[in-house]
Design a binder for this molecule. Sequence first.
Ligand SMILES: Nc1ncnc2c1ncn2[C@@H]1O[C@H](COP(=O)(O)OP(=O)(O)OP(=O)(O)O)[C@@H](O)[C@H]1O
Ligand SMILES: [Mg+2]
Length: 319
Amino acid sequence: MNQAWGLRQMFPALAALRTRDAHVSEHLRADQATGLNQGVARPRSRAITVAGGKGGVGKSTVAVNLGMALSMAGHRTMLLDADMGLANVDVLLGLTPARHIGHLLDGTCTLAELIVTAPHGLQIVPAGSGARRLAQLSNPEHAAVIRAFDELPLPPEYLLVDTAAGVSDSVAMFAAAADDVILVVCDEPASLTDAYALIKVLSRDFGVRRYRVVANMVRHAGEAKHLFEKLSRVSDRFLDVSLDFMGLIPHDEYLRRAIRRQCAVVDAAPGSRSGQAFKQLAGAVDNWGKPEYPNHDRIAFFGGQAAMEPDLEGMGWAR
Ligand SMILES: Nc1ncnc2c1ncn2[C@@H]1O[C@H](COP(=O)(O)OP(=O)(O)OP(=O)(O)O)[C@@H](O)[C@H]1O
Ligand SMILES: [Mg+2]
């Protein structure tokens, strides 16, 4: 199975959906019209998905702190909690959002209305927690969430996407829709085998070829390099992908303390080892070259294929 196959499987379902009177479509058109009327210049946004395969390796920690570090550096940054059904970005930041992605899908609000603002202006798009329906979104529903970002009246400079553990279609779609994929690994055998499994699925079935690796919870730089080399050796040998070492986050008690206080360590303790490391990661992101422009036939957060609007009412989301 390759990306084209995956898309062919998905598109007939999407194409079959009519756009007639979905609430979401109306909201999205309203958002777009506002943007156009205000004459807002729309610089190309960059979507970065944070994944890892294994649970508990620090995906959410990296997404939250990298997002906050980018915001603190003056970039308009948004963070989508894409761990649907088990969302915890809001908990990590001590926020209590009233609405979540389910409300976008059932047409009761726009994406812009979902956003809650964390310290330093970091914008959070919350996913619900404990809702079975959200944990079982179909591929067209994922596609609808992804496409909604391209219709924001004021898109962010950076969109970070925190994903769930595992190699589900959900994780794969959010990774394939982004401009960049950050893989978080830690020094546990299962972290490397799960990261490898994720790379295999994403490259083989979704055409994702490039990965930026963050070694988390490491004791020193040598350990981080060693982890990266282990993963890239096996990936280079068996898969047609390219892995770049992006940086490391040390194991840090300050980070744990910040989590208990429900704040980002880069905000609560910017001088700590992990706080400094997140600032360095943000600097690295800022130095990446321009994102490669996507194929027109892919579902992307920004600038992708946008011809079809799924009818979410027909999928049972409308009240
Ligand atoms: N650099 C670090 N130093 C110390 N502790 C850390 C570090 N990174 C993560 N942790 C700890 O690991 C826990 C799990 O982190 P996190 O929730 O970010 O993982 P995750 O990959 O998002 O997990 P899940 O797959 O369940 O979503 C955190 O609660 C925190 O206590
Ligand atoms: Mg998480």
